[in-house]
Design a binder for this molecule. Sequence first.
Ligand SMILES: C[S@@+](CC[C@H](N)C(=O)[O-])C[C@H]1O[C@@H](n2cnc3c(N)ncnc32)[C@H](O)[C@@H]1O
Length: 189
Amino acid sequence: MIDIGTGDGLFVYQSARRNPQKFYIGVDANSRPLEKVSEKVHRKPAKGGLSNVLFIQAAVEDLPSELNGVADEVHVHFPWGSLLRAVAAGDLEALRNLRRICLPRAVLEVIVGLDPERDSSEIERLGLPALTIEHIDSALAAEYKNAGFEIFERGVMASSEWPEFQTSWAKRLKGNTNRTLIYIIARAC
Ligand SMILES: C[S@@+](CC[C@H](N)C(=O)[O-])C[C@H]1O[C@@H](n2cnc3c(N)ncnc32)[C@H](O)[C@@H]1O
């Protein structure tokens, strides 16, 4: 499993702990949030160490070729900046990079949580369209398809309906009632 824009790696770390038979890779463009968790996984097992995890500093625009075709599951949770633009505006090159790291039939899960008011300057800066079901169906689905992904599930949830996502940003953003969560689940084809 590969988590792109993993931040502090909490989702990857906890998933790896729960499933020792599966290998987990957390990728983020910024090395700073990766520092703590990268150090932790190298401790002794009794002190939180894990042998089925790897963290990599890389941007979605420039994923290492060693990741080609290794993932049967790719996650992008609460992306920001160019990663948000890639999945929400359908940046073809970045989506193709996500496809490149997938095995055939791999599942891509994208979760975006935006507050149209609070995040207005970032939305404007990135030139993002309003991320609605209509936008996903009328525009994004075709971009994902061009990149080799078939969207088979998508939906919108109010912040009160959010399930327990084990990511630091999910916890941080959950209290805000203006924030809607949009999810896209696609299959590599
Ligand atoms: C809001 S944080 C979410 C972190 C984590 N997924 C979570 O849910 O807690 C967004 C992350 O995306 C990363 N990011 C932004 N642009 C990126 C890019 N082009 N490639 C990879 N990571 C990127 C940022 O460094 C940041 O850690």
